[in-house]
Design a protein around this ligand. Structure first.
Ligand SMILES: O=C(O)C(=O)C[C@]1(C(=O)O)C=C[C@@H](O)C=C1
Length: 256
């Protein structure tokens, strides 16, 4: 039951359930980041001028936070992928026997550089209203927890792909041997599931982002905490495509 070769209870339904729960974390993250204005100084290398550190304040916060979390064992969990793997100290805590269901090739898949670029260059300008309130460290902390949630969701594609492979190795193996990326992409795609995900995410964003008051009349006039359509846009344009990219990358290594 618990050998690395067995399914360890992972099924397509259970990995999809995990993805649904992670939607909540991403939406809470959006709400938290949207509380701050753009605070562009946090992303400006020249503004930060931190002694002995070359980079923006957000890079400073992320690198140092990841280093601390690495020491505390965060990246021992195969669901976690750091943004700056080259700066990480080893874990200092006793190791936990995480269920190993992934092929060892999974460890070399990390698309956080693309996620980072997408987040700061394309997504954040849509989410944050322009302005500066000086809360750069707090803003960077919300960026990091949102980035971690998005990254965890996208890299969970490794687990999704593993389950799909185990369910139908006869369908996947010829495509993997032929390195047929397009064929793999087609085989792992479920358009109706994607549509459901996008709709649910937008609905959750509308519900979680609602202002709550005790006077029923006021609620209708309250502005939401962020535009719910942004959540489904994030998923449609980036989260789902990146999750699929991870699945293809994983499958290509699956028979090594
Ligand atoms: O649920 C799946 O089968 C997944 O692979 C996840 C996901 C997604 O990212 O939400 C990606 C590809 C599928 O087309 C449907 C949904």
């Amino acid at each position: 039951e618990s050998s690395p070769e067995s399914g360890n209870g992972y099924t397509l339904a259970s990995v999809r359930e995990a993805l649904v729960k992670q939607e909540d974390t991403i939406i809470y993250g959006l709400i938290e980041r949207a509380k701050f204005p753009s605070n562009s100084h946090a992303y400006d290398k020249d503004y930060a001028a931190i002694k002995g550190f070359c980079g923006s304040l957000v890079e400073f916060v992320v690198k140092n936070t990841e280093a601390l979390q690495a020491k505390a064992g965060r990246y021992k969990n195969p669901e976690e992928n750091p943004f700056f793997p080259e700066y990480l100290p080893p874990s200092m805590v006793p190791s936990y026997p995480f269920t190993q269901i992934l092929h060892p090739g999974a460890a070399s898949i990390n698309i956080n550089k693309s996620i980072w670029k997408m987040y700061f260059q394309e997504f954040l300008p849509l989410l944050a209203t322009s302005g500066d309130d000086g809360n750069y460290a707090q803003t960077a902390a919300t960026d990091l927890s949102l980035l971690q949630a998005i990254s965890r969701r996208i890299h969970y594609g490794k687990f999704v792909a593993e389950v799909k492979f185990r369910d139908a190795p006869q369908d996947y193996e010829p495509l993997i041997r032929a390195k047929d990326k397009e064929g793999l992409m087609k085989l792992l795609t479920f358009t109706s599931v994607e549509e459901m995900v996008r709709k649910r995410v937008e609905k959750k964003a509308a519900v979680f982002g609602q202002e709550v008051s005790l006077n029923g009349e006021e609620e209708d006039n309250q502005k939401p905490k962020f535009d719910p359509s942004l959540a489904s846009r994030l998923y449609q344009k980036w989260v789902i495509p990146f999750t699929k990219e991870v699945q293809v990358d994983y499958l290509l290594r699956r028979l090594d």
